[in-house]
Every structure is written in structure tokens, then in C-alpha cells.
Design a protein around this ligand. Structure first.
Ligand code: AMP
Length: 353
């Protein structure tokens, strides 16, 4: 049953993804209610309502649930158990969240879907790490099972002697240890799935990272990546299907010699899909709203011959006077206040005619 325009969409998390979701929802006539523990989350600036409460506050979640017709999340490090009070209205469900927030469960799930991942093991002690390094060889990357993002909670072991320092660097937390993948490029599959299994895919962006943070996404991808897109889309759809996911899900890949290797997935709209705001007929944000409200899928075709999205990280945002003066530069500033190093402050998309 569709949730019609005029209804209220609840958004858990008040960052830039929530902000852009709320803006897309407003275009279709929905109101948004943002739930976030922060004092002034940037999504609240563009939403009709804002609840400031902790994600563990069941009473606040219940009250929030009574004010919304459908709820979604823009952030995956939410505690799952308290969300049960919202479950009947929540898309995607807590299942997508629970799998995505534990790197070991996620890798196992991806493998069970028949997709390729880097050789990996779950580790819980330095002895485990040393054992994995001797089994898999170097390089190995340690990633904390929980609460990692943008390269945080990660440490590389390029020589077996670095095992102890890497284990200390991630705070001796339960982690996965995975082989470093030799890849020519990174790319992602952004897909929206509806409750009845319909889905919509965009062109695959090719993604460039620096210090573990996305810097640039380009569509269309290079010819070398294009050869791997069909297999990657099949893997992404298998993951979305197995989760029973409703809404947008993004699967990140390495283009390796042996084919696409899944790095991870995010059960939500994604930075590598920001180009769709101006570069595609329907953006990932509008499509997410369409999927969770059960409106028909929008057209995902490119509007020009391609698009390039550059993130504005930290002080990059101070270049705004020059950027807003450039013809054809679509400047997005997230309104997060003072920049700090490594923080995503905005992005710029340029569409090629
Ligand atoms: P993640 O937080 O897992 O997305 O990792 C951030 C970035 O680190 C990725 O986009 C890659 O550039 C790099 N990276 C992560 N895992 C691996 C790996 N197993 N092999 C090679 N590069 C990796």
C-alpha cells in the first residue's frame, strides 16, 4: 500500500544523507521528521520536525514513530534492538542494518549470496591476527567489526612484524582481517529495491578514494570497469534480494584481475550516488523515497553523456566562492558549520552534455 504525498517520513540520522533525502522528499510533497542525538544536525535545517534524542531512547523512538507514516535511516551505526518499536514502519528493515553493521556477518552474508570477497577471517586477539597473517600472507588489512567508516578503525599489515602495532592501532577490538586486494579501480552499484522485488539501477560510478575517504565518482565508468558491471550488478541484486531490502542499497567493489570483489555494502543512499541528483533523471534520494513509499520506480537514465562528483572534504569547502562562480558546477554545501579535517562538508557535480 503506497504512502501518498502529504504523509510524513521519519529519518533516523541527521547528516547530509538525511538532508538530501528530506529535500527530495519535499519535492514530492512529503514532510520529514528527523531523529538524531546531535544539537543541530544539518538534516534538521530542511525538515519539518526534529527530535533530539539518543538512538537508544525507546520512549523517544516510540513517540517519533507515532508522528510518522514510514521511517527510514541514513546512518548504519544505529543500535538495532530499540528500533523494534518502529519495525512495522521501518524500510529498509533492521535485518539490512544488522548485517551491514557487523563486518564479519556482512562478509559471510555476501559470500552466501555467491559473490566474491577478499579472503578473510574474524579475529579477536593478537594471536588470531598473527595466525591469519601466516595463513593469508601480507598485505592484510584489519577492520573493526563495528563502527568503522571512511577508513576509520582500519590498520594495514604490510609486514608480519607489524601485526602487534596494527592490532593496537584498531584498539584491540574484535575485527576482520582480510587480504589486500590488488585492484585497478573501485566502483559501486547503487540499486533501489521495492517490496515486490522490482528494482532500479543507475550507471555504475567509478570511485577514487584518498585516506579511505571517497574523493571523486565518475560516470560512465572506464571500459575496464564496464566489463565487470554485469557480474557486479548480479551480486548486488542477489544481496538486496536476500536481505528483502526496501529502498536504496549500495554495494562497493574492487575491479580485480579475477573480476569484481565486494568490499562492503551500505544499506542506504551513498556518497557515490550523489551525482544522480543532477546527472540522472531520478536521483538516488528521490528513488529511495519512491521505494519506501511504494510509488513507481523513476527513470534512472543519465541526463547527459556523463557526470563527475567531487567531494568537498574539510577546508575544501572554503573554495565555495570560486566554485559557485563556475558555469555548470552544481555546488552542494551541507551546512555543517566549521570544517574539520576529513569531514565531508559538501560536494560539486559537473554534468557533461
Ligand atoms: P572501507 O572502509 O572498507 O570502504 O575501506 C576504505 C578504502 O580502503 C577502500 O575504498 C579501499 O580503497 C581501501 N581498502 C579497504 N579494504 C581493502 C582491501 N581488502 N584491499 C585493498 N584496499 C582496501
Amino acid at each position: 500500500m503506497s504512502v501518498p504525498p502529504g504523509s510524513t517520513i521519519g529519518i533516523l540520522g541527521g547528516g547530509q544523507l538525511g538532508r538530501m533525502l528530506a529535500m527530495a522528499a519535499a519535492q514530492l510533497g512529503y514532510k520529514c521528521h528527523v531523529f538524531d542525538p546531535g544539537e543541530a544536525p544539518c538534516a534538521a535545517d530542511v525538515a519539518a520536525n526534529f527530535t533530539r534524542a539518543d538512538f537508544t531512547d525507546r520512549a523517544a523512538l516510540e513517540a517519533f514513530g507515532r508522528t510518522v507514516d514510514v521511517a527510514t535511516y541514513e546512518f548504519e551505526n544505529l543500535p538495532v534492538a530499540p528500533l523494534e518499536v518502529l519495525e512495522a514502519k521501518l524500510h529498509p528493515s533492521t535485518r539490512s542494518l544488522a548485517v551491514a553493521q557487523d563486518r564479519a556477518a556482512e562478509k559471510q552474508f555476501i559470500e552466501d549470496c555467491g559473490a566474491r570477497v577478499a579472503p578473510w577471517r574474524a579475529v579477536a586477539s593478537l594471536a588470531d591476527v598473527e595466525q591469519v597473517v601466516s595463513e593469508l600472507g601480507t598485505p592484510v588489512v584489519l577492520k573493526t567489526r563495528r563502527y568503522g567508516y571512511d577508513g576509520k578503525g582500519q590498520a594495514w599489515i604490510r609486514d608480519p612484524a607489524e601485526a602487534a602495532s596494527a592490532w593496537a592501532a584498531i584498539g584491540e577490538e574484535p575485527a576482520v582481517a582480510e587480504s589486500g586486494v590488488e585492484f585497478s579501480s573501485e566502483f559501486s552499484v547503487v540499486v533501489a529495491r521495492w517490496a515486490d522485488g522490482r528494482h532500479a539501477l543507475w550507471d555504475c560510478p567509478e570511485n577514487e578514494h584518498g585516506d579511505g575517504i571517497l574523493r571523486r565518482s565518475t560516470v560512465p565508468c572506464s571500459d575496464a570497469v564496464a566489463l565487470q558491471v554485469a557480474e557486479a550488478r548480479e551480486a548486488a541484486l542477489a544481496i538486496a534480494e536476500a536481505l528483502g531490502h526496501i529502498g536504496v542499497i549500495t554495494v562497493e567493489f574492487f575491479a580485480s584481475q579475477t573480476g569484481p570483489v565486494v568490499n562492503e555494502f551500505a544499506p542506504r543512499v551513498h556518497n557515490s550516488g550523489h551525482w544522480t541528483i543532477e546527472g540522472a533523471v531520478t536521483s538516488q534520494f528521490e528513488q529511495h523515497v519512491r521505494a519506501i513509499c511504494d510509488l513507481p520506480p523513476g527513470d534512472t537514465a543519465l541526463v547527459g553523456s556523463g557526470a563527475v562528483m567531487d567531494n568537498l572534504i574539510g577546508d575544501d569547502v572554503n573554495r565555495w566562492p570560486e566554485l559557485v562562480a563556475q558555469a555548470g558546477a552544481h555546488v552542494h554545501i551541507y551546512g555543517k558549520g566549521a570544517p574539520s579535517p576529513g569531514r565531508k562538508m559538501g560536494h560539486v557535480t559537473r554534468v557533461r552534455p
